[in-house]
Design a protein. Structure first.
Lengths: 242, 306
């Protein structure tokens, strides 16, 4: 496995994404809005959020960025793999002196890195603004804390990997980007359920629980990538992918 | 440069390519001719190490297509233009080529030089910064060829390179292929365009799952298909047909007042045929010698397999 070769493939995909502004902006705008609007609403009137305490609210909203870290790689991976499949540009790539693993790694990096950067950047904005507007009422800076560190450094990366693993498997069956994204939407459900459970106090978003969730998702990631590497083989792609 | 022996590819119960054996010499344009579904693309995919073989063997520039280590070396020395061009339509012509140049390990200087040279040769340099998705079919085809040549490969596999192109674009592509031949590149040309084969190929193989024939276009015409003599008489009758039967000719068919006769050597055989018809009371209006075209050979041979 040659990392520089995978990086060449990833940077090509970055260039392609940057030209698809209609794809990138809708992915970034919700998390930018949440990172700015929620602190503004808290500063305006925290009772807007009902009886939820400010720390619980901040933790729950921070978990929103986990969902964002799943939506973005799912979409980018769909464009990167199913998009190439639809454009028929995979064959010349497969004819080049690169291994299947290098292509898979390059495409995974292309979807994973922007998602991590975007989620961490918008979450950081949210944390900074959140601290700014809640310092007066709490009397201390709520962020950074252990839960936030686990979310940013562990949960977001493993969830983004989960999204990519799911998408690679879907790619072998989906013919177009929209279908891939629709099928991939089912993968959001367990993460969204955790988010909802945290928001409505069925589940406490703390560092320990987040680490347990991350460990479970990481195990699923390993299984998904084992299946992905079997699916993403050039002969399979050329002769069996629909 | 390419040696193929008993190469076979099966997809489940379907045999896509059956027991192919042929060779391609260095620096020649080798036409691979066959109808849709004949196994042309499957053969190119096997030779370019995109899919595995079921049995048989093939060596490309001395490397075994069935060996994993060799397959990477084969990919490094070949260029492939697939039937679906597969350009990155959001990227510019320059970015498309630069990406592949990097993948093939070309240095920045090599990439810059190659991209400028290829795009200039193909008349696309002025359009280098335009997204390839905005190109016409002909321009896309040229760009795909440039992409396959970015690393200066020894062997170029072209799958239907002029399909769906207008005559001017097709000629530009054909002329460029001939220029590549002058650079001693070996070109494996998949096509069902007989005219193209006749114009540019040194040798041609006719395929329909199995190899039907291989040779130069002229050899194929001479060895696989007899000349025909067409004689128009005022009336075809039994006396004329009996007189011709006595000559032990290979095949005689009639069409209204025309006799179509297969001959091996028209110059030697025609005087006797004419003499026999006249002796049988026939009045000859016209004698025409019909030489076979590659299309005749192709249709004859492909039709035989049906």
């Amino acid at each position: 496995m040659r990392l520089p070769v995978a990086w060449i493939i990833a940077t090509k995909d970055f260039s392609t994404f940057m030209k698809k502004k209609g794809v990138i902006y809708p992915l970034l705008i919700p998390s930018i809005l949440v990172s700015i609007v929620v602190p503004l609403l808290i500063s305006f009137d925290s009772s807007l959020f009902g009886t939820i305490s400010i720390p619980s609210l901040l933790d729950s909203v921070l978990f929103f960025f986990v969902i964002q870290a799943m939506v973005m790689p799912m979409t980018l991976a769909a464009y990167s793999i199913v998009g190439e499949k639809a454009e028929k540009s995979l064959q010349p790539l497969l004819a080049a002196p690169v291994t299947d693993g290098e292509i898979l790694l390059g495409k995974s990096l292309a979807a994973w890195l922007p998602a991590i950067i975007a989620a961490c950047a918008t979450a950081s904005i949210f944390m900074a603004l959140g601290d700014l507007v809640t310092y007066g009422s709490l009397g201390y800076l709520y962020f950074p804390n252990m839960s936030a560190a686990v979310i940013l450094l562990i949960v977001i990366p493993v969830v983004a990997l989960f999204a990519i693993g799911v998408n690679i498997i879907i790619s072998s069956r989906a013919n177009d980007i929209r279908t891939a994204m629709q099928l991939g939407a089912f993968a959001y459900l367990p993460i969204a359920a955790i988010f909802g459970a945290g928001l409505f106090h069925f589940f406490v978003i703390n560092a320990i629980n987040l680490l347990i969730i991350s460990a479970i998702i990481l195990m699923i990631d390993v299984i998904l990538f084992s299946i992905s590497t079997k699916t993403f083989q050039r002969e399979e792609i050329l002769t069996k992918w629909k | 440069m390419i040696e193929v022996e008993n190469l076979t590819k099966k997809f489940g119960n379907l045999t896509a390519v059956d027991d192919l054996s042929f060779h391609v010499n260095e620096g020649e344009i080798f036409g691979f001719l066959g109808p849709n579904g004949a196994g042309k693309t499957t053969t190119v995919r096997m030779l370019s190490c995109l899919i595995s073989k079921t049995s048989g063997s093939a060596r490309v520039a001395g490397y075994d297509i069935g060996n994993d280590a060799d397959s990477m070396k084969i990919r490094q020395i070949i260029g492939v233009v697939p039937d679906d061009l597969g350009l990155y339509e959001d990227l510019s012509a320059y970015e498309n080529l630069d990406f592949y140049g990097k993948l093939y390990g070309c240095t920045e200087i090599q990439r810059k030089e190659s991209i400028q040279r290829l795009l200039t040769m193909l008349g696309l340099w002025e359009k280098r910064d335009a997204a390839s998705g905005t190109f016409s079919k002909g321009m896309k085809q040229k760009l795909a060829i440039a992409r396959a040549l970015i690393h200066d490969p020894k062997i170029l596999f072209l799958d239907e390179p002029t399909a769906n192109l207008d005559p001017i674009s097709a000629k530009t592509v054909r002329d460029f292929i001939l220029e590549l031949k002058n650079e001693r590149k070996t070109i494996f040309l998949n096509t069902h365009n007989l005219d193209e084969v006749q114009r540019i190929c040194d040798r041609v193989a006719i395929l329909k799952t199995r190899l039907i024939a291989v040779g130069t276009p002229n050899d194929l015409k001479e060895s696989l298909w007899l000349s025909k003599t067409v004689i128009q008489v005022d009336e075809v009758n039994d006396r004329i047909l009996k007189a011709l039967d006595a000559l032990s000719l290979k095949k005689i068919t009639t069409n209204k007042n025309r006799l179509i006769i297969d001959v091996t050597n028209s110059e030697k055989e025609n005087p006797g045929i004419v003499d026999a018809i006249v002796r049988a009371g026939g009045r000859i209006q016209l004698v025409t010698d019909v030489s076979p075209t590659l299309e005749d050979v192709y249709l004859d041979k492909v039709g035989e397999i049906k």
